[in-house]
Design a protein around this ligand. Structure first.
Ligand code: J81
Length: 283
């Protein structure tokens, strides 16, 4: 049977903290969809695999080369920033976040991005073949981009990473991680009531737990009609790498009868879970 078309985006994040002229650390994390596959902490010389299939279809040698590129980059980056801070007269402490990603698109195409933030605000990104200041970046961002754009070698490496290596890595990961990426776990759902928000009202809670992957739709409804006051919580992680969500509704006690909570999730196919408040026994 044809699989539903899911696209997985690859996301990498670099977090660099510069406390003063000598103390700094840089950590990297990367995910495919919701699964973290890599970690590279400041203390470590090598990129850590968080899944047995993190190497994708790259050979030992290809991976070594890629890791070497990143080792050189990490050293150069730190040295560069110290220098920029001097030239631009910036003040410590400073936080730099670099995020990059790649999305595979139909017909063997892909879309990638790389951007940097300084003190939590976007400062520049890589577009096509050059560094470009962010729209509301401080004036020195222009100067920085000009300087970065003089380094043809680095621009070529960034382009190669964004447009050749990352898409290739992701294609490989979709193969080596296939069974884990396809995993489906059905949710359990139950109802409870919370503390009454005001006299004569009920606080209805629909709990949905243990599902995987993360996308889920949970609604309070009367018949087919969704209740307008439905409040979605945040999807929270369970300890066993499944997810948990609660969805609440504040209703007049007299109106509670006839309400139901409906759960739609990929693991359920068309068989939505429907729980009726009337059948719920509040103890
Ligand atoms: C002050 C606030 C600043 C905030 C924003 C900072 C954004 C910085 C973006 N730039 C970089 O991340 C690049 C940093 C390192 C780069 O400048 C080079 O020093 C470094 C080494 O380059 C030298 O050797 C290369 C071969 O190893 C080439 O020969 C190159 O021409 C030569 O200059 N470049 C690299 O390490 C390339 C890899 C970049 C990968 C970036 C992935 C995030």
């Amino acid at each position: 049977s044809p699989e539903p078309q899911t696209s997985y985006s690859f996301r990498g994040l670099q977090i660099s903290s510069f406390a003063n002229r000598s103390w700094t650390r840089t950590d990297f994390l990367a995910w495919l969809g919701e699964l973290q596959l890599y970690t590279w902490r400041n203390e470590s010389d090598t990129v850590g695999f968080l899944k047995p299939w993190s190497q994708g279809t790259f050979s030992e040698q290809q991976w070594e080369q890629l890791q070497h590129t990143f080792q050189v980059y990490r050293r150069s980056f730190t040295r560069d920033i110290w220098e920029f801070v001097k030239i631009l007269h910036l003040d410590y402490p400073l936080e730099i976040q670099i995020s990059g990603g790649c999305e595979l698109l139909p017909r063997n195409t892909s879309e990638s991005f790389l951007r940097a933030a300084f003190q939590g605000k976007d400062v520049l990104s890589f577009q096509g073949m050059s560094w470009v200041p962010a729209p509301d970046a401080p004036p020195w961002s222009q100067e920085l981009c000009k300087k970065l754009n003089q380094d043809q070698g680095t621009k070529e490496t960034v382009h190669w990473l964004l447009h050749d290596i990352w898409p290739q890595l992701v294609r490989g990961l979709l193969q080596t991680g296939k069974s884990e990426l396809k995993k489906q776990v059905k949710p359990e759902a139950w109802l409870s009531s919370g503390p009454p928000p005001r006299p004569g009202h009920l606080w209805l809670v629909c709990h949905v737990s243990g599902f995987y992957p993360k996308p889920v739709r949970v609604t309070w409804a009367r018949g087919e009609q969704e209740e307008p006051g439905t409040q979605q919580g945040d999807v929270m992680p369970n300890a066993d790498s499944t997810w948990y969500l609660r969805v609440t509704l504040d209703v007049e006690a007299a109106e509670a009868a006839g309400l139901s909570c409906r759960v739609k999730h990929s693991s359920l196919g068309d068989q939505d879970i429907i729980l009726y408040w009337d059948h719920h026994s509040s103890v």
